[in-house]
Design a protein around this ligand. Sequence first.
Ligand SMILES: *Cc1c(COP(=O)(O)O)cnc(C)c1O
Length: 761
Amino acid sequence: MSSTMLALLASGEIVSNSAPGRAAARLQEELAQRRIDLITTVSSDDAGAMLRANSAIQCLLLNWDLPGCGNPPALNVLEQLRARNLQLPVFLLTDRETVSNMPRRALELANDFIWILEDTPTFIGGRIQGAIERYSHAVLPPMFAALTHFARVHEYSWHTPGHTGGTAFLKSPAGRAFYDFYGENMLRSDLSISVTELGSLLDHTGPIAAGERYAAKVFGADRTYYVTNGSSTSNRVIVMASVTRGQLALCDRNCHKSVEHAITMSGAIPTYLVPLRNHYGLIGPIPPDQLTEAAVAQAIQRNPLTSTADSQRAVHAVITNSTYDGLCYNVRRVEELLGESVDRLHFDEAWYAYARFNPIYRDRFAMYDSDAPKSHNGPTKFATQSTHKLLAALSQASMIHIRDGRSPIEHGRFNEAFMLHASTSPLYSIMASNDVSAAMMDGPGGTALTGESIVEAVAFRQVLARLKREYNDKGEWFFDGWQPDRVIDPSNGHKHAFHSAPAELLCNEASCWLLNPGDSWHGFGQLEKNYCMLDPIKVSITTPGMQRNGQLADRGIPASIISKYLDNLGIIVEKTTDFTILFLFSIGITKGKWGTLINALLAFKRDYDANQSLSQCLPNLLAKYPMYAELGLRDLAQKMFARMKELRSTAKMSAGFSALPDVDCSPVQAYEALVRDHVEVLPLNLLAGRTAATGVIPYPPGIPLLMPGEKFGQAGSPALEYLQVLESFDREFPGFGHDNHGVEVRDGRYHIYALRREAAP
Ligand SMILES: *Cc1c(COP(=O)(O)O)cnc(C)c1O
């Protein structure tokens, strides 16, 4: 290893002018010569904190007599360490008499002993160095290990990439700036597929294949494929490997665009499964009664496109799990229901790669049964995960996991679809980051990291709920969290208000987060018990204005104003709907980060209550749109809320999404018309009676209002009315406009591609 190594010495005797103190000083000198930095601490609390905070520590030298809390303190440090890291080498510093009385647990958790008064510093130093070198190699997952090794071997390359390890950049000032910004390693490890030492992503050989096998083990799959173009590509690969022209696919209407694209490309005939929606317009699960054999058969029968299909049995089903807002299915139950109708289940887990690593998500992710004996009678299952979204990986890093069951697609056939979508120049850093995100989740690290996100999310939710309660007691408004009002401790039946429930209970007990039948907070009605759970780390805060009965209150604060306000403070939210804002507590979360968010929400309340001028709190908005100059923050909220009430925007959205539109032709037929230019761009008032040529997807909620080939309906249809509402709102409130895929705005008017009349099949 070329870089400096790091060891931690935890001992109360470092400072004392004693024999052990002097020995420790000699050891420090010896280690320095071996380029091992030694940092020290004298208490167990401090040692625990340092080990948690500094993952660069590669070795722990732990004095058995370390002072501090715990019984004994050194054992406490060991227990804490091993809850997160099984591999870090630990040497116990003690004397031989003590060892004979040492608890067995300590012997199990440590690796070795150092007799600091008896052995020479050279001997001890050599053993420490050896342990560090073994450890730094052992923590690397296979593909990343091979990559770091290869990047260290300097070679003259005659292959692409043409920057040849970065040297080309050094020939120009802009190139030099790029080189300095990204650094030598990133460029030196940017390799061509012709470097055979690392194997091939397209053929799944060598260290890359070893990485994929490693990830399969970590994520509980029979096979895993690394994908370097996002889950967008992963979804396309799976759909195109599984279903083709003339075959039926069942499709969550709440699916990502990439699934829509995959259906279009494959030529499959989609039949939609329609999820629930609540008073906030949040999308719920597809209810179980829609997944039964009879309900699926009926949905297929109702779909006019299916008459041309080869068979009335669907070959593939795609479900989004979890939803954007963090609703997770009981996959065991979904499999039981949907497995009656289809042999291949595909779960889009783009936001949910961490589920396997925390027991709170038990049974709620695609690969839930990987520890059980394998049954080939179950459906074949696919999961797509964007490792870059909520694990730590580079953008575009994604994985496909497969568990073979009925109607399997063996590697050879599957890989044809994989190669159809893959670049022949994949970025090795993206693959390596997939490898590393698997290593981070492996062993106790995954449980510890996911557990921390849950702890922080629960703490944030409880603070918010307590503040809400305190303000309400004073007759004032505040934000709320979208979560159960009360939870029950299943161990003793005690009921707790959410804000005062024991955090331990909320962090560990999945039943606290279930959408129980009829509970009013979730608004999805009589859902089957244990069917759907809210993920604690996907935190939606709600703003005043929308009541649980779906009626608007007299006053309210549109969430988009709060998001703008937060944006001005440098806080960027994940998603904003009419009255909710979504925050993700990923594994990078810190207390400081959510503490700042609480402060910002309190600042909003102060400015809102004082009707602070917009030049103070939304200066960027005002600079661009001087029309708001006369308004204070509360004025703007009231004006916008009043208009939303008149437009009935939330209710119109519900209506727009609650019934499936009539179908004219399949997505691929609509797409072919687009390519042949048998389409025209029309404003809303000319779209009645026409067919959409592209998908129309308002964000939020981000699910298709219309798929390509679906009809807008007559004038005043739910789809057209909703688009009309959005257009009016956007014109009246510039700076707060909606983002609608498939809609082009010309002079404030929405325009959409429709099939030409003569093109309609
Ligand atoms: C983001 C997302 C995708 C696409 O993932 P990328 O990695 O961004 O390509 C697929 N499905 C869902 C549900 C998503 O949210």
